[in-house]
Write a protein that binds this ligand. Structure first.
Ligand code: DQA
Length: 151
């Protein structure tokens, strides 16, 4: 059974109370439960994590890269939060590991402030998911399963 890594960046631990008009009322624990269900339905094991620290996200991408090298990774779903718009280190980690990665945003970043329109992740992402609310996580997991079938 292959593993899907779902990695969440800064401030996503505040889901449920953080700007609910933008990010909704569900907590990160709710999102984890949703990802557990979606992973089980698609035959994946799940690693679900959140960090407010850029370097920890880099370390986790390296860990996913190790699984990828062993043929045991389904893919990575990354909501890098604000690091999406700032982090060359995350870009380099994705490039350096060669993991298949879906960039995810709960909100439609393109309908928001101009500084959210640029992503360092998009050029090295297989796909981008934005604006589906937290249900985007389940859609992205199903999308990874579809890509595995198509491959
Ligand atoms: C976000 C969008 C980012 O611009 C923001 O900094 C976040 C969350 C989203 O899920 O919509 O922290 O990635």
């Amino acid at each position: 059974m292959k593993t899907v890594f779902v990695l969440n960046g800064p401030n996503l631990n505040l889901l449920g109370s953080r700007e609910p008009q933008i990010y909704g009322a569900q907590t990160l624990a709710d999102v984890q439960a949703l990802c557990e269900r979606a992973s089980a339905a698609n035959g994946f094991a799940l690693e679900f994590r959140q960090s407010n620290h850029e370097g920890e996200l880099v370390d986790w991408l390296h860990e996913a890269g190790q699984l990828h090298a062993e043929g045991r990774l389904a893919g990575v779903i990354l909501n890098a939060g604000a690091y999406t718009h700032t982090s060359v280190a995350l870009l380099d980690a994705i490039k350096g590991t060669g993991v298949m990665l879906i960039e995810l945003h709960i909100s439609n970043v393109h309908a928001r402030e101009a500084f959210r329109h640029h992503s360092y992740i998009s050029p090295v992402a297989k796909a981008v998911m934005a604006g589906f609310g937290v249900n985007g996580y389940a859609l992205a997991i199903a999308g990874l399963a579809g890509m595995a079938v198509a491959a």
